[in-house]
Write a protein that binds this ligand. Sequence first.
Ligand SMILES: C[S@@+](CC[C@H](N)C(=O)[O-])C[C@H]1O[C@@H](n2cnc3c(N)ncnc32)[C@H](O)[C@@H]1O
Length: 202
Amino acid sequence: MTEREFWNDAYRQNAGHVVVPDRLIASLVAHLPTGSALDVGCGTGTNALYLSGYGWRVTGVDWSEHAVFLAERAAFVAGVQPRFEVADAATWNTRRRFDLILILYALPAGGQAAPMIRNTARTLKPGGTIFIADWDRSMADPWGFDPCELHDPAAIVEMLPDLAVKEARVRVVDDMFPSDDPRGVNGSRARIAVVRAQRPVG
Ligand SMILES: C[S@@+](CC[C@H](N)C(=O)[O-])C[C@H]1O[C@@H](n2cnc3c(N)ncnc32)[C@H](O)[C@@H]1O
């Protein structure tokens, strides 16, 4: 099974257990003027819908057709109009440029994350912000993962092209998962590797 098929299957089985409850975006975007946003690995579009509701012009990209189907349906129901595309973010090609790029819990394992980050970061406008959040490597132990599958802030920074790093740290979030979510089985506290960077102007 390819990774793409894995995600499609996961969404078909229980999309609610794939989507990651957001705990970070509100504080990130509160001080940013609205503009164009790219949500990389957007899943069922929860974050894209959130931004759309605040006036952002959002493009969501995910390689799972089923996730994009669910995202388009959710946008229709919510009455907002983000644009969604089915594509591999590591090779996706666009001439559009964005004020904000989000990559939330969507990084592939290890060094495979670099092509996704580099290919999407090149679409960042001068002065624009890229925000990456993913499970910190220290979560490998409680979750029984190989540490190589996860990232820490320093490793993510190394994958960024020429951008000014504004934040690179581990944020601890309590009550990450609802009580019926199997991802919270070893405790609902999550350690999240967060990197925020800007493309310099000029
Ligand atoms: C854990 S889900 C997170 C979804 C969403 N960002 C969220 O915060 O709920 C990871 C998503 O990344 C997508 N993804 C992983 N690698 C991808 C790639 N190379 N191109 C496009 N989407 C990818 C998966 O299909 C999946 O929808």
